[in-house]
Design a protein around this ligand. Structure first.
Ligand code: CAA
Length: 303
């Protein structure tokens, strides 16, 4: 494993490129938009600056990391020499299937094709390639440079050898890989999303307000963020999509998304990325400011 291609330069893609480059891999970062690639490089530089400020890496490490990353807008050029591809494009099944079909044609036979999907079936993705044994899930957590976990997802046909290689490669990134099987939501989101949904149901039923719910979970359970703040951080549209995958995949009503979540996504209140969710991020400060809609504490939010 030397040459890594990362597809998609959004939050997850730039974080994944950052860690591979930091640990000496040669990274080709691919995105259809050159402006997105330039933005990703600026984000990576800013995130390395945070590490320099903490003294965990040096200025020389920053230069080395950035020099390990090349950018491409054409998939064929960016992926033709890859030993491992990590796809982190948008969480849309048709987009992912089209990318994997193309990768299967472009990449050499030895290339392992991984997806950073948070909930789309690895087995379904593998089925559009002629190398299902070399298709695997590498689910990084946000923020990628900080979070230790990589959820390694074995598709139905993923080989032992490929799984082993991805576990070893993940450790070389100073991460802790954990192997799980390919069922809806894998492990991370099969557990996390029902918790977030239950927090939204608790708000919707008027049991408590946004701050109270987040405070209980932060201070009572030592979570770094309350579930509603975390939902804003992940993106409410992403949470809704994953809940729908769980609901469809298991056919169990316990995964039905809360109608309040559906309304918020329909209204375009998607959390941090849209500037408003349970909290209001438009001021740009680090302080958590409640969104106007949720300022009526401990009253029925639905009424
Ligand atoms: N790159 C590099 N370093 C970063 C960073 C980034 N993007 N973001 C934060 N950091 C570093 C900071 O420099 C700081 O370092 P030190 O601990 O050495 O001081 C540390 O991370 C903490 O950052 P902050 O002080 O700015 O903020 P914080 O203490 O509030 O922590 C947080 C921020 C790490 C995001 C923390 O709130 C947290 O752990 N939140 C929960 C994150 C989580 O649950 N992620 C998983 C989401 S689910 C997912 O990703 C998968 C899915 O499928 C939905």
């Amino acid at each position: 494993m030397k040459n890594i291609t990362v597809i998609g330069s959004g939050t997850m893609g730039n974080g994944i490129a950052h860690v591979f480059a930091q640990f000496g891999y040669s990274v080709n970062l691919v995105d259809i938009s050159d402006a997105a690639l330039q933005k990703a490089l600026a984000t990576i530089a800013k995130n390395i600056d945070r590490q320099v400020a903490k003294g965990t890496v040096t200025e020389a490490d920053k230069t080395a990391t950035l020099s390990n990353i090349k950018t491409f807008t054409k998939l064929e050029e960016g992926a033709k020499n890859a030993d491992l591809v990590v796809e982190a494009a948008s969480e849309n099944v048709n987009v992912k299937l089209a990318i994997f079909k193309q990768l299967d044609e472009i990449c050499p036979p030895h290339t392992i094709l991984a997806s950073n999907t948070s909930s789309i079936s690895i087995t379904q993705i593998a089925a559009v390639t002629k190398r299902a044994d070399k298709v695997i899930g590498m689910h990084f957590m946000n923020p990628v440079p900080v979070m230790k976990l990589i959820e390694v997802i074995r598709g139905y046909s993923t080989s032992d050898e490929v799984c082993q290689l991805i576990m070893e490669t993940s450790k070389k990134l100073n991460k802790i890989p954990t192997e799980v099987n390919d069922y809806p939501g894998f492990v991370a989101n099969k557990i996390l999303m029902p918790m977030i949904n239950e927090a939204i149901i608790t708000l919707y039923e008027g049991v408590a307000g946004v701050e109270e719910i987040d405070t209980v979970m932060k201070l009572g359970m030592a979570h770094p963020m309350g579930p509603l703040q975390l939902a804003d951080f992940i993106g409410l549209d992403v949470c809704l999509n994953i809940l729908r995958v769980l609901h469809d995949g298991f056919g169990n009503p316990k995964y039905a998304p809360c109608p309040l979540l559906v309304n918020m996504v329909t209204a375009g209140h998607l959390g941090v990325k849209s500037g408003k969710g349970f909290y209001d991020y438009s001021s740009g400060t680090k302080d958590l400011i409640l969104a106007d809609r949720f300022k009526k504490q401990n009253k029925s939010i639905v009424a």
